[in-house]
Design a protein around this ligand. Sequence first.
Ligand code: SF4
Length: 321
Amino acid sequence: MEELPITKNMIKTVYLAKPRGFCAGVNRAVASVEAALKHFGSPLYVRHQIVHNHHVVADFEKRGVVFVEELVQVPSGCRVIISAHGAGPKVYKEALKRQLHVIDATCPLVTKVHTEVKQAVQNGYFVLYIGHRGHPETEGVLGEVPTDMITLLETKDDAKQVAPLQTEKLIVLSQTTLSFDDTQEIMTVLENRFPNLTKPSAADICYATQNRQKAVKALTEKTPVILVIGSKESSNSNRLKDVASAAGAYAYLIDDISELHPQWLESTSSVGITAGASVPEYVITQAVNYFTNQGAAVEEINTVTEAAITFTLPKELYESA
Ligand code: SF4
């Protein structure tokens, strides 16, 4: 990495969020590509970025992995991995038609929401789905059921205006990587409007998203400036920035420390660092080292003790290993 300018104002303390960085779903997706490379070699295709992180993607690209947005870009008969964000049934049908060997690295917590949506519609419910239009996870989930049985809500205003086909059997579900607080606000609007509204038994916003949001909130009590490490496409990283900003901090989303603007730190002697669920630990370490090399001390702020969750690799890897 290029040498960065020394910050004018010396940072004395780096507050480092815990938990931060890789979650169980990202670990599984990255390990799936590693295992597929090892067992099958090239050519290996991945539909969409395996996880939304430029460093992870660039590293795999260097090793011969080809990332595509549509399966039509994958030659017939080749092997393709579905990214952690999942995909709708159309994608799997197309893969079958084109005789592609699919390795499904969809995070099991995303799969859980796909299942909830399908079961809800089978049981006669109309689904209100809170998510971001255009995000691959949202697109995949919406594709599971007929379009007249589900409505996407992105904002509180959407929740105020939505007019579902029926309100007797109505359920609200959500993308896994949203802001917990914003989603609760949308839910409250819906609950006030629709007394029969059913909520999922367990939160759709995943444990990793919730824990990282609690952790970044705790950082804002320590320091006014927060660096959120993560790529611009990463939903959960963007939400960490939003949560920090909503708590009153100056929050900046950077892919790595080379994107730091020293003027962000001109009026502070401390800085908080966290990272989205798709950021490798070495990128976080580089950022921390940048400050410790200039004499800063590091204090880890441990907010939530995260259970050591691991997901087994996709069955297609076992079957072919
Ligand atoms: S952020 Fe949550 S839903 Fe997304 S991959 Fe990680 S554990 Fe799975």
